[in-house]
Write a protein that binds this ligand. Structure first.
Ligand code: APR
Ligand code: PHB
Length: 389
């Protein structure tokens, strides 16, 4: 098989990129290790920045999102007795969209066939070859046969564990990493949310987040030590803990229900540089991970793909390779700012086992400052809605 761009991974990054290129008549093939159902079974964050909403609009795939999504004009930071409202709309004139990332993936997947976006699911042993030069190719196994896709470029959209990043030699790539000493235990349930806005709470028992997917489906998280198991957390224990950490007002409005999904995810900050090597580009989780506290994971994948699609369209339409040359630096400049915001919100809202009394006083002082300073709240709001492309 021959194509312009071989895309590895059919998560949000790979599918968005595929659609944006197809819209301009560029040939792409997407290869995905899992089945479509498996990809749709992954429950992930649910806050979309303007960059993601705009890409879906540009693709004319935003109808369901505009109908079912919930525009949010603010959120809360809670610390014990203190409840700080970050009024995004007033502070920035903008808003975010609460719409599950899984739903974004579903909308992109549903439109693949009619838009001529070829996605090969259940592709085994995907491997990248000759990425340093101008004639790279991808091989994979399917139905007991080896297949080969020759391409001009390869886009590695294969998440943190995929093979693309590893195809860049150690002598070229550099990683930057912080692993946090806790994880998030998430619970999804068909119950109305306890509040119409998200609440991020810092409690002496640890962090908690009240979020939602719709007016009838809630998503909550609590900070747990890394050695905890989901089995240690029957539904009632999670609801009890949420009631304590989110505070009496939220607890009074919280409806308990059976967990549709429960999982523990570790928190990590990670950046790989550069995001291009020869004919290989990295986009999304393949190049960087943020802790979920700022809800930036998908939105960073979106900004990568916005830059990368422009660069590739410029190349295939006008023979101009400037965007390709600058892709890594351009994408990384935005990545690092989102890394900084996600790290600082994580630092502010969690209990770190080794931080002691000094670390706690720093949190209290910072939260006090945020509560009293519009400039501080504006800075948080501006980062939360997403920095401009
Ligand atoms: N071969 C082919 N596909 C692979 C391989 C492989 N060896 N390894 C991983 N993949 C696929 C995964 O199965 C997954 O569907 O690559 C896809 C990567 O998708 P995500 O992990 O969702 O990453 P990305 O598209 O960058 O999304 C970024 O969305 O999914 C969230 O947590 C993620 O918030 C982050 C954002
Ligand atoms: C979610 O709804 O899953 C969610 C919301 C906000 C976050 C992280 C996750 O910061």
């Amino acid at each position: 098989m021959k194509t312009d761009v071989a895309i590895i991974g059919a998560g949000p990054a790979g599918l968005l990129l595929g659609h944006l290129l197809r819209q301009q008549g560029i040939d792409v093939v997407v290869v995905e290790r899992q089945s479509a159902d498996y990809v749709l079974g992954r429950i992930r964050a649910g806050v979309l920045e303007k960059v993601t909403v705009d890409l879906m609009k540009q693709l004319d795939l935003s109808d369901r999102m505009m109908k079912e999504g919930l525009p949010h004009e603010g959120f809360y930071l809670a610390d014990g007795e203190k409840l700080i409202h970050i009024n995004i709309a007033e502070l920035t004139g903008s808003s975010v969209m609460v719409y599950g990332q899984t739903e974004v993936t579903r909308d992109l997947m549903d439109a693949s066939k009619s838009r001529g976006l070829e996605v090969i699911y259940k592709a085994g042993d995907v491997a990248l070859h000759d990425v340093a030069g101008n004639s790279p190719y991808v091989t994979y196994q399917k139905d007991g046969q080896e297949h080969r896709i020759d391409a001009r470029f390869i886009a590695g959209c294969d998440g943190f564990h995929g093979p693309s990043r590893k195809a860049i030699p150690d002598t070229v790539g550099k990683t930057f990493e912080r692993v946090y000493p806790f994880g998030w235990l998430g619970i999804l349930a068909d119950v109305p949310p306890c509040n119409h806005e998200l609440i991020y709470a810092n409690h002496s028992n640890g962090f908690a987040l009240a979020s939602m997917r719709s007016s009838t489906r809630s998503r909550y998280y609590i900070q747990v030590p890394l050695d905890e198991k989901v089995e240690d957390w029957p539904d009632d224990r999670i609801w009890d803990e949420l009631a304590v950490r989110l505070g009496p007002d939220a607890a009074a409005n919280m409806t308990r229900g059976t967990a549709l999904e429960k999982s523990i995810a570790p928190l990590r900050s990670f950046v790989f540089e550069p995001m291009r090597y020869g004919s290989l580009f990295l986009a999304g989780d393949a190049a960087h991970i943020v802790p979920p506290t700022g809800a930036k994971g998908l939105n960073l994948a979106s900004s990568d793909v916005a830059y990368l699609s422009r660069a590739l369209i410029q190349f295939f339409k006008n023979g101009n390779s400037e965007g390709i040359e600058t892709y890594s630096d351009t994408a990384l400049a935005r990545v690092w700012k989102s890394e900084r915001f996600s790290w600082s919100l994580t630092q502010l809202m969690h209990r770190f086992p080794d931080d002691g009394a000094f670390g706690r006083r720093m949190q209290v002082a910072e939260l006090d400052y945020i509560a009293s300073s519009e400039a501080a709240r504006k800075s948080i709001a501006e980062n939360y809605i997403g920095l401009p492309l």
